[in-house]
Ligand binder design. Structure first.
Ligand code: ABC
Ligand code: CA
Length: 508
């Protein structure tokens, strides 16, 4: 599917090994062991009702290729430690199971997003004596701009289908993240677990990877790809990769710098909105968080506000992926116990310009900290549908779909901030939605957020629905402003024009 076709979707991101088993829902899973817990593609297929009932219509799964196990950091249960690009991991089932998952999603009108890694493989260093950092005159002279080289021995024939030493960049670990050449051509990982960096400067290697993605998309009916480690390969590589993928590509560029992240747009169809994520965490992790940082920060271009220098060759829109949690970062509830802050942060993903992405387990209130604690087995939750998180996500997915239906230019209309006079409050307008965020928290019992709705935003007399509290609010006819209290609002069907309105309040 193209970026245009993805624009109205809502993505549920899961870790294949941790979402569902196909057999035993009481299988224990100790995340600290960093090993397989038994989730599989067949398990996902059996639990699509659970995902779809919350309103999601796309599923992002872990990388599918065979991985390295038995390392100093455990096994490749997450899928990012490739050893054999062309063979699917038997830990997640058979290739047929994966095709069945794809077919089952399509039968429901849902999309499959595949996570792909082409920047590196993973390999155990061959002997420990050679795994220390050594600068050797001969090697250093080969790639002097990259600094110290490593004397590290890798058994390259173990890596498929790139099995020659020359298929990889010379060994050096990335140390200086401000040196772009180093970021692109040195290795991720460390001496205990090096991630040999693919020589994406070599035309034969490039063609192998391009052919691989084209085949993969075709073979498994893939609708879109999430691309790992985008900043670790030169931009021009991704242009060709995206073309050959032939479907929507969403890149991971881990940075808090919006300009840097945006520099990959056009080479890939979209990037994950990491720059806003950093601000979001700062804003809602505590009641003293800096809320206006979100408002003041430069934001990524998006479908609603395309880059000014949009490459004319590119007819597809730019889609930014909005998220609150993922498999690399501590889950949001690990930062705060405050239910109001948690709720406000969750709303963000759905009411702005980005494609909503929700990390599995958020709906069940999972609280795991950093990797690997944030990769809990979902079956241990019992997939309960009566959790507040499930209800909230269902509402938010519903609101977004409703907004898309009510206003055909919703997706293309840039969200804009409306300045509020009250402290700890910010308001975002993306017609027909209007959202009031606050980080005042649940403990201030005197605080009632007040809506200051600018004149002209909605016609007087319009009925707005507070979608979180589920009640109607009328827009005043007399003055310039209307004050309403609490909740999320969306315009009642048929009342006035294309407005649904949204408002956010602290947890009731
Ligand atoms: C494992 C263990 C960890 C252990 C580590 C050494 O090994 O689980 O506990 O600490 C996979 C696995 C991980 C595994 C790694 C390494 O491989 O999932 O469990 O960690 O073996 C992607 C994926 C990620 C995946 C990989 C590797 C890449 O999403 O799941 O990890 O295939 C860098 C990459 C980024 C990558 C991330 C993990 O590492 O760029 O693509 N994610 C700075 C750098 C970033 C860097 C980040 C973390 O540190 O700029 O490039 O990400 O190392 C902000 C700045 C940022 C800065 C942050 C920290 O601060 O703006 O730039 O990020 O202010
Ligand atoms: Ca690289």
């Amino acid at each position: 599917a193209s970026a245009s076709e993805w624009a109205s979707k809502s993505i549920y991101q899961l870790v294949t090994d941790r979402f569902a088993t196909s057999t035993n829902s009481s299988t224990p899973c100790d995340t600290s062991q960093r090993t397989y817990c038994g989730g599989s593609w067949a398990g996902i297929t059996q639990h699509l009702d659970y995902i779809q009932d919350m309103g999601f219509d796309a599923v992002w799964i872990s990388p599918i290729s065979k991985n390295l196990d038995g390392t100093a950091y455990g096994d490749g249960y997450h899928g990012y430690w490739l050893t054999d690009l062309d063979t699917t991991s038997s830990r997640f089932g058979t290739a047929q199971d994966l095709k069945n998952l794809s077919a089952a999603l399509h039968a429901r009108g849902m999309y499959l997003m595949l996570d792909v890694v082409v920047n590196h493989f993973a390999a155990l260093p061959q002997n420990s004596s050679s795994s220390s950092l050594l600068s050797t005159a001969s090697k250093t002279s080969l790639t002097s701009p990259l600094g110290d080289l490593l004397d590290i021995s890798i058994n390259f024939p173990d890596l498929l289908p790139l099995s020659k030493e020359a298929d990889f960049h010379p060994a050096c670990f990335i140390a200086d993240y401000t040196n772009q050449t180093e970021v692109e051509q040195c290795w991720l990982g460390d001496e205990k677990l090096p991630l040999p960096d693919v020589n994406t400067e070599d035309p034969d290697v490039v063609e192998t990877l391009y052919k691989w993605i084209a085949d993969m998309v075709k073979e498994y009916g893939v609708d879109g790809v999430r691309i790992d480690t985008v900043k670790h390969i030169r931009r021009a590589f991704w242009e060709g990769f995206t073309q050959r993928a032939g479907v929507f590509t969403l890149g991971e560029v881990e940075t808090d710098n919006a300009t840097y992240a945006a520099s990959y747009l056009g080479a890939v169809d979209g990037v994950l909105d990491y720059p806003t994520w950093y601000k979001l965490i700062m804003a809602f992790a505590s009641v003293s968080g800096n809320l206006s940082a979100i408002q003041d920060a430069p934001s990524l271009p998006s479908l609603a506000s395309p880059p000014s220098s949009s490459p004319s060759s590119k007819s597809q829109p730019i889609l930014t992926g909005s998220f609150l949690e993922n498999h690399d970062q501590p889950r949001f509830p690990s930062f705060t116990h405050d239910v109001a802050l948690r709720k406000n942060a969750m709303v963000w993903t759905f009411v702005g310009d980005g494609l909503p992405i929700v990390y599995y387990g958020q709906e069940q209130g999972y609280e795991g900290g950093g990797d690997p604690s944030n990769r809990e087995a979902l079956w241990l939750s019992g997939y309960k549908s009566d959790k507040p998180g499930v209800a909230l996500l269902k509402t938010l997915n519903g609101v977004r779909k409703q907004a898309i239906k009510a206003n055909e230019s919703f997706l293309a209309t840039p969200a804009r901030w409306i300045t509020q006079t009250e402290p700890s409050t910010i308001m975002l307008s993306k017609p027909p939605l209007l959202t009031l965020f606050t980080n005042v928290g649940a403990n201030d019992s005197t605080y009632q957020p007040t809506w200051r709705i600018p004149a002209g935003l909605y016609a007087p007399g319009t009925t707005l629905i507070d979608v979180l509290a589920c009640r109607a609010v009328a827009v005043g006819s007399g003055g310039n402003e209307t004050s309403a209290v609490g909740g999320v609002v969306s315009e009642a069907e048929g009342a006035g024009k294309d407005a649904a309105r949204e408002k956010k309040k602290r947890d009731g």
